[in-house]
Design a protein around this ligand. Structure first.
Ligand SMILES: Nc1ncnc2c1ncn2[C@@H]1O[C@H](COP(=O)(O)OP(=O)(O)OP(=O)(O)O)[C@@H](O)[C@H]1O
Ligand code: SF4
Ligand SMILES: [Mg+2]
Length: 376
């Protein structure tokens, strides 16, 4: 592990940029990861002839970037595509379209061997620490297996290195020979984090890393992740349902709805001035500890529509309390509404966007009309 990495501190800069992205330069030393219009659809095949009859549009064109040493929180309801985004951008599954630049390399253009070499630098920590650990392998081997495979340290230093990583993650080195079932949930998640850290990564996708843990243990794991970030200059994509945790750990936040990013900005900006009705609804559901505080809550109507057949126009229009006529006719543009604060909602259109939206809606209507006429 490169212990000479300088601690990285501060949440002064925004690590996220929006969808209609400019051409992405191949090299940007400030950003560890740049995602450009990433799309991941899962085909639904007919039982007869296995033809693709529809697609689950799990991720439908998202763009963002994360600066070195920073954390971007990714939030949204269950099923909105957070995990699929996290896994696709690590190339744990193949993309449908788009680009992912990691340390200046477009990861989908790499050969198998090039990707294998890059793997240690991009890691993932999953929600359930029990199912992601093999029950019959001792902890030293769980942490060390990939260290050996990728020759992270010379053989002679292997044991000391595993002890060092375990200590860094708050584990006792004399527990090396124990098996996962001999640990508590929090300790098991520390083992998962140690396994990722041992490969000397630059970037870790943390997919709901504390959701399966007790609240008291959650804080310990969050603090561990923050300390490791400070000590080793790690960059995180932090996926979570828990907005309080996201506020605590993230420098920037992206809000996803049905495969799309609907709002993005610095954590302060998003939490202090949310603009998108969906973000506002998510925030209004955060529990308030004081029972005397009266909340004007926005209750989201209905459930998440199917990503295989998303609503036309703004995908949120079927549930939006502020829905207007234009919302079902045209998708809103992604626009920077305040410095570094991006949002896609017709409520915030300026005159130029309104005109473009109207034009798009009319064109779509004309195309649909022509199609119907042709069909009849
Ligand atoms: N392998 C797959 N094949 C088909 N559909 C899938 C597959 N993986 C995910 N999906 C679908 O893609 C959509 C997004 O799933 P995903 O797991 O990314 O959501 P999520 O935001 O991580 O949800 P949660 O918060 O519950 O973890 C869902 O509709 C899901 O059913
Ligand atoms: S575009 Fe319309 S439906 Fe979509 S979030 Fe904004 S107001 Fe609501
Ligand atoms: Mg998930």
């Amino acid at each position: 592990m490169d212990t000479s990495k300088k601690p990285v501190a501060g949440r002064d800069a925004l690590g996220a940029v929006g969808a209609a992205p400019p051409p992405i330069p191949n090299q940007d030393s400030e950003c560890v990861i740049r995602v450009n219009n990433l799309v991941k659809w899962f085909p639904i095949r007919s039982s007869f002839l296995q033809r693709t009859v529809a697609n689950v549009r799990a991720v439908d064109g998202i763009s963002f970037q994360i600066k070195r040493g920073q954390t971007m929180g990714l939030v949204g309801e269950s099923g909105c595509g957070k995990s699929t985004a996290g896994r696709t951008l690590l190339r744990l599954m193949e993309k449908t379209a788009g680009e992912v630049w990691f340390e200046g390399q477009e990861i989908f253009s790499l050969s198998k061997e090039e990707l294998r070499k890059l793997r240690p630098k991009m890691q993932i920590v999953f929600q359930d620490p029990y199912s992601s650990l093999s029950p019959r392998i001792p902890v030293s081997e769980i942490i060390g297996e990939a260290v050996r495979e990728h020759e992270i340290v010379p053989k002679a230093e292997f044991d000391d290195y595993i002890s060092y990583v375990m200590r860094a993650c708050g584990l006792q080195e004399y527990h090396k020979d124990r098996f996962p079932h001999e640990f508590s949930g929090g300790q098991r998640q520390r083992i998962c984090i140690a396994r990722a850290l041992a490969l000397d990564p630059d970037f870790i996708v943390c997919d709901e890393p504390v959701s399966a843990l007790d609240v008291s243990i959650q804080a310990q794991i969050i603090n561990l992740l923050k300390n490791l970030q400070r000590d080793f200059g790690l960059t995180y994509l932090f996926i979570s349902h828990d907005l309080s945790v996201v506020e605590h750990i993230s420098d920037s936040v992206g809000v996803m709805y049905l495969g799309n990013m609907v709002e993005q900005g610095s954590t302060e900006e998003i939490f202090d001035h949310p603009l998108h009705p969906y973000t506002k609804a998510l925030f209004s559901a955060i529990p308030v500890p004081d029972p005397d505080v009266k909340m004007n809550r926005t209750i989201l109507q209905g459930s998440l529509p199917s990503p295989a057949n998303p609503p036309k126009g703004c995908k949120f229009h079927t549930r939006c309390p502020d829905c207007m006529d234009i919302c079902s006719a045209a998708a809103p543009e992604w626009a920077e509404l305040a410095p570094g604060h991006f949002c896609a909602c017709h409520l915030h259109n300026d005159a130029a966007r309104t005109a473009r939206t109207q034009e798009n809606a009319e064109r779509t209507k004309a195309e649909e009309h022509a199609k119907e006429e042709k069909a009849s």
